[in-house]
Design a protein around this ligand. Structure first.
Ligand SMILES: NCc1[nH]cc(CCC(=O)O)c1CC(=O)O
Length: 303
């Protein structure tokens, strides 16, 4: 029988995700232990992560545990996983996506459109800032960091009129009732990988890879391959004003991407593509095509 250790962050969401994978592996006969740890991204709470500038702030410590053999796999929110993994690591599994959309959370206001002029909205994501500015240029957008519970507490303390969070995290933690409205992709295009879980292993651990095969969700894998290709070409960090969202219907992949200006000076630019995507290479090519169109649109703007 196989024995696996999962390296995980210790936020409630990370632990839920690790427990979820543990339960699925155990259902298949494996025996699984969790190894909890704190990452740099969890420690730095006073600054916006886009200013800290490092890639993979939430995954580095977990990779060290994999490298040292203290753990066999790491479960990540795919959104937080850098586009290029360090040498010797592999993304072995992408699981079925939860709700990819962003959620509006507020005690008072049923939607962003109901906010009074100049209301205060909390988010530290450059993507959310840029897309919010596009629909409500009058809002005062204030930084908001920390894990889900911290962010909700800050909202409840009255520091904001409302905040924007990934619907997936709230749903996983049973806090769906906190969602006052979801943003449809037309209104706020999701981040690359949002709502999907990715499992990282040491490259070459075929035993672990084999055990993860029944957790792989191929349509999600194709969609996020395209999204992550956009992100990689646009600079590859999760702290860019970039949105990329793909859906699969049959053999067809549809992808949309957006690039914003967090200062709110330039309008948001959009690009999209559709085509056959029967494998990750074809999905990646569609993502790259969208990224080139997006880059051209951004260039045209700055001329
Ligand atoms: N950057 C933090 C992060 N990483 C993944 C999620 C939510 C869950 C997911 O997208 O799978 C969140 C919180 C948020 O954006 O509100």
């Amino acid at each position: 029988m196989s024995n696996f250790t999962i390296a995980t962050r210790e936020s409630r969401l990370a632990l839920w995700q690790a427990e979820h994978v543990k339960a699925l592996l155990e259902k298949n006969g494996a025996s699984v232990t969790l190894l909890g740890m704190t990452t740099k991204g969890d420690q730095i709470l006073d600054r916006s992560l886009s200013k800290v500038g490092g890639k993979g702030l939430f995954v580095k410590e977990l990779e060290v545990a994999l490298e040292e053999g203290r753990a066999d796999l790491a479960v990540h929110s795919l959104k937080d996983v850098p586009m290029e993994l360090p040498e010797g690591f592999a993304l072995a599994c992408v699981m079925e996506r939860e709700d990819p959309r962003d959620a509006w959370v507020s005690g008072t206001y049923a939607s962003v459109m109901d906010l009074p002029q100049g209301a205060v909205v909390g988010t530290s994501s450059l993507r959310r800032v840029a897309l919010l500015r596009a629909i409500r240029p009058d809002l005062k957008i204030e930084p908001l960091r920390g894990n889900l519970d911290t962010r909700l507490r800050k909202l409840d303390e009255g520091l904001y009129d409302g905040i924007v969070l990934a619907a997936a995290g709230l749903k996983r933690l049973g806090m769906e009732s906190r969602i006052r409205a979801v943003f449809e992709p037309e209104q706020m295009l999701p981040a690359a990988g949002q709502g999907a879980l990715g499992i990282e292993i040491r490259a070459g651990r075929q035993d672990v890879e084999a055990a993860l095969q029944h957790l792989v969700h191929q349509p999600t894998w194709l969609a996020v391959s395209a999204e992550r290709a956009v992100s990689r070409m646009m600079g590859g960090s999760c702290s860019m004003p970039l949105a990329a969202y793909a859906t699969i219907s049959g053999d067809e992949l549809h992808i949309r991407a957006a690039w914003g200006d967090a200062e709110g000076i330039q309008p948001v630019v959009y690009a999209r593509a559709s085509g056959l995507a029967k494998n990750a290479a074809e999905a990646t090519a569609l993502g790259e095509q969208v990224a080139r169109d997006l880059q051209a649109a951004v260039q045209a703007q700055t001329r």
